[in-house]
Design a binder for this molecule. Structure first.
Ligand SMILES: Nc1ncnc2c1ncn2[C@@H]1O[C@H](COP(=O)(O)OP(=O)(O)OP(=O)(O)O)[C@@H](O)[C@H]1O
Ligand SMILES: [Mg+2]
Length: 334
């Protein structure tokens, strides 16, 4: 359990700077998700925190202790990767005990700690099974137990839930949140799944091309994304641009803002919210919401309308009025 501070951390492979002077300060006990497209440097960042990779530049601190040059084994880190690689020939209990044996705990102490962590992940009845006799979600819990049993200062989870089906994943997310609250361990969580990041995290770090685009609470990064990349990476967004026209005929981009699809209103009749007119290109019904793709001034605008009450009958090809509240406009960096 530690506060984690990262200063100017950089990793270079050949000519590629894959992590580019990133800075982070994560308070003790927080769960931070790292989100970003494939290849943006998420795993590399975790590997540097773990000590598997040496940074070309920069520092890592756990609390006030500089750990940049300390070996993997001395950092006291728990890790779970996507392929959680349990030892196939060992039972669940032996898998979990392994790290403790390495650390030369007594037999009694090991038994006690293994039992406690099995209880934490609800796997007590499975202690004597081999990994291949377990479901994916159960194996995943064992991997988590193995990482937690050493009482790590920092827990690193790299896409550890992505192999699970949607229902199990959602169950495991809730479970994980509970376990992390109980243990209070500072956790870095890498995922491709933005919904997972939103529901699990205290903070979200959005990375792109080795750089951090934005850090904030899920609310902040969704409601107040800084730029077009963050706005479109987390959820869907409509972009509206205002151009500036000069006397010499040139134009440039004066202003850009985003409006989330769920903030857009659609109606056949003009009303006090109406701002623009468009033609319905297509309509997608997905149970709880209906999505309207509307062609407005040459671009497509998406509007998501809740199906809580019967919506007005709008069909493909209709001309409609769209609008939004002033507060729904998110100003972005030009
Ligand atoms: N050992 C290595 N040698 C050279 N290049 C590497 C090495 N490891 C990673 N890279 C490159 O560094 C970049 C970042 O890789 P990284 O694994 O951190 O991406 P990621 O964000 O975890 O992506 P994904 O979501 O696909 O797992 C990629 O372009 C990758 O090809
Ligand atoms: Mg990765």
């Amino acid at each position: 359990m530690a506060k984690v501070t990262i200063k100017g951390l950089t990793k270079i492979y050949g000519e590629n700077t894959v992590v580019n002077r990133i800075n982070l300060e994560i308070p003790n006990g927080m769960l931070v998700s790292i989100l970003g497209p494939s290849g943006c440097g998420k795993t590399t960042t975790l590997r540097m925190i773990a000590g598997f990779e040496q940074p070309e530049e920069g520092e890592i601190y756990f609390d006030e202790e500089r750990i940049t040059d300390i070996g993997v084994n001395k950092r006291n880190i728990g890790m779970v990767f996507q392929s959680y690689a349990l030892f196939p020939h060992m039972t669940v209990a032996q898998n979990i005990a392994y790290g403790l044996e390495q650390r030369k705990f007594s037999k009694e102490k090991i038994h006690e700690k293994v039992q406690a962590v099995l209880k934490l992940v609800h796997m007590e009845p499975y202690a004597d099974r081999k990994p291949k006799q377990l479901s994916g979600g159960q194996q995943q819990r064992v991997a988590l137990a193995r990482a937690l049993v050493i009482e790590p200062r920092v827990l690193l989870l790299d896409e550890c839930l992505s192999a699970l089906d949607k229902k199990l994943r959602v169950e495991m997310q809730a479970e994980l949140r509970k376990i992390l609250e109980e243990t209070g361990v500072t956790t870095f969580f890498v995922t491709h799944d933005q919904e997972e990041a939103m529901t699990l995290s205290d903070y979200i770090v959005v990375m792109n091309n080795g750089l951090i685009e934005q850090i904030g609470t899920p609310f902040e990064v969704y409601e107040r994304p800084k730029n077009q990349f963050v706005a479109s990476f987390l959820g869907k967004a409509n972009f509206f641009k205002k151009e500036r026209h000069f006397d010499n005929g040139e134009t440039d981009l004066a202003e850009i803002f985003a409006v989330r699809p769920e903030k857009i209103t659609v109606s056949k009749e003009k009303n006090e919210k109406s701002l623009k007119v468009g033609k319905v290109d297509f309509i997608t019904y997905s149970g709880n919401i209906t999505t309207y793709a509307i062609e407005v001034e040459g671009s497509q605008v998406l509007a998501e309308i809740q199906n809580a009450s019967a919506n007005e009958e709008i069909v493909k090809g209709d001309m409609v009025h769209i609008g939004w509240e002033q507060g729904a406009q998110i100003p972005l960096e030009v």
